[in-house]
Design a protein. Structure first.
Length: 176
């Protein structure tokens, strides 16, 4: 029996400068680019992955620009998404506080959108990381998020794990 081919649109939300674009370069291309340019509106990435013997998945990943001036465009980019990653920088308290705005925006368009929380910059020394794990646990529960991953685009830690968990959740729950 030939493999089934599925296309999944995934969206990444989070404040500007937290590392979403760097994360996507690491995930899709396997490279670390420390100095990416500001995302104007949205960046697009794609990656094909195999799930089991019978499912080929083509990911269409939309990296939403995090600056306020691009927020008016986001509603159009969210439509059709099957899941998302909400990203914040472990060394930026403001980016963690703002996850509620990103969750509200995404779920305002797609109420049951499956979302995972992703803490970026796990390679930083613990002293530089400002977000206590207890606060993260509270946010997971408060916003009905599926889980939390610490990632480092620099070292590659957790990068594939976070996206793979989201894709697996979508496939299992949509009977793909």
């Amino acid at each position: 029996m030939p493999a089934r081919r599925k296309i999944l649109k995934i969206v990444l939300g989070g404040d500007g400068g937290v590392g979403k674009t760097t994360y996507m370069h690491r995930y899709c291309e396997g490279i670390f680019i420390p100095d990416t340019k500001l995302t104007v509106g949205v960046n697009f990435f794609s990656k094909s992955i195999q799930r089991g013997d019978d499912v080929n998945v083509s990911l269409s990943i939309w990296d939403l620009g995090g600056q306020d001036q691009f927020r008016m465009l986001h509603d159009q980019y969210i439509i059709g998404s099957r899941g998302g990653l909400i990203c914040f920088a472990l060394d930026r308290w403001d980016s963690f506080i703002n996850i509620k705005n990103w969750i509200s925006m995404l779920r305002g368009k797609i109420p049951d959108l499956p979302l995972f929380l992703v803490g970026m910059r796990a390679d930083l020394e613990m002293e530089a990381q400002k977000i206590p794990l207890e606060e993260i646990k509270i946010a997971l529960k408060e916003h009905d998020l599926l889980g939390y991953f610490r990632t480092s685009s620099k070292t590659g830690e957790g990068v594939s794990t976070a996206m793979d968990a989201l894709v697996s959740h979508i496939i299992e729950n949509e009977c793909i």
